[in-house]
Design a protein around this ligand. Structure first.
Ligand code: SAH
Length: 193
């Protein structure tokens, strides 16, 4: 990855809202988050910390060192245990372990077509058989061209075709810092078969 994210974390980027994404809070409350959890592209850690507060064994990985540093500081301050690691999401096999659940708030939509393929393979190595991947990405229903690449439901299905089952794709919203007013998203539940 380039320096875009690392520079963004010198300030407060629009997605870094200082609380977990409401869609992931709802998933957890609905009992969808099972067992051990890996938060890929965890940023400054709010979603991972939420899952840890709810009693899950949680790791968070991100490629931006400043994000990981901020996430570790929050964990310490809140006395929550999350293993935050600087790591490339395209190389999850070198984490050397699998998880029951992977959560992704805003990582998948960063990837170009080639990286989507690499990521699906990488993700497959980090999920136990029957494990679940919950992914929220920008949707093509979000107008304008601010922010990341828009993703269609067909593209989500294409990226997770063999070795995966797309359980559902729902309309959702990203919360952002106030002046951006949130964004249209797809929230997907995808199982490792
Ligand atoms: N999930 C966080 C951050 C979303 S922004 C949140 O909800 O706030 C996307 C994140 O993915 C950024 O933190 C960025 O540093 C990270 N990222 C992008 N490409 C990555 C890669 N190849 N490996 C690991 N992290 C990556």
């Amino acid at each position: 990855m380039g320096g875009f994210f690392e520079s963004a974390y010198e300030g407060t980027p629009p997605w870094d809202i200082g609380r977990p994404q409401p869609e992931f809070v709802r998933l957890e409350a609905a009992g969808e988050i099972r067992g051990s959890v890996l938060d890929v592209g965890c940023g400054t850690g709010e979603n991972a910390l939420h899952m840890a507060a709810k009693g899950h064994d949680v790791w968070g990985i991100d490629g931006a060192p400043t994000a990981i540093k901020k996430a570790k500081a929050k964990a310490k301050e809140r006395a929550l245990k999350v293993n935050f690691v600087g790591h490339d999401a395209l190389r999850l096999e070198s984490l050397g372990r699998t998880f029951d659940t992977v959560i992704d708030s805003g990582l998948f939509h960063v990837f170009d077509d080639a990286d989507r393929k690499t990521f699906a393979r990488s993700l497959g190595s980090a999920l136990a058989a029957g494990g679940r991947y919950f992914m929220m990405c920008f949707s093509e229903r979000e107008p304008g061209d601010w922010g990341p690449r828009r993703v269609t439901q067909a593209e989500v299905r294409a990226a997770f075709r063999s070795g995966w089952r797309v359980e559902w794709i729902r309309e959702a919203r990203f919360a952002t810092i106030n002046e951006y007013g949130g964004a249209e998203a797809w929230l997907s539940k995808i199982s490792r078969t």
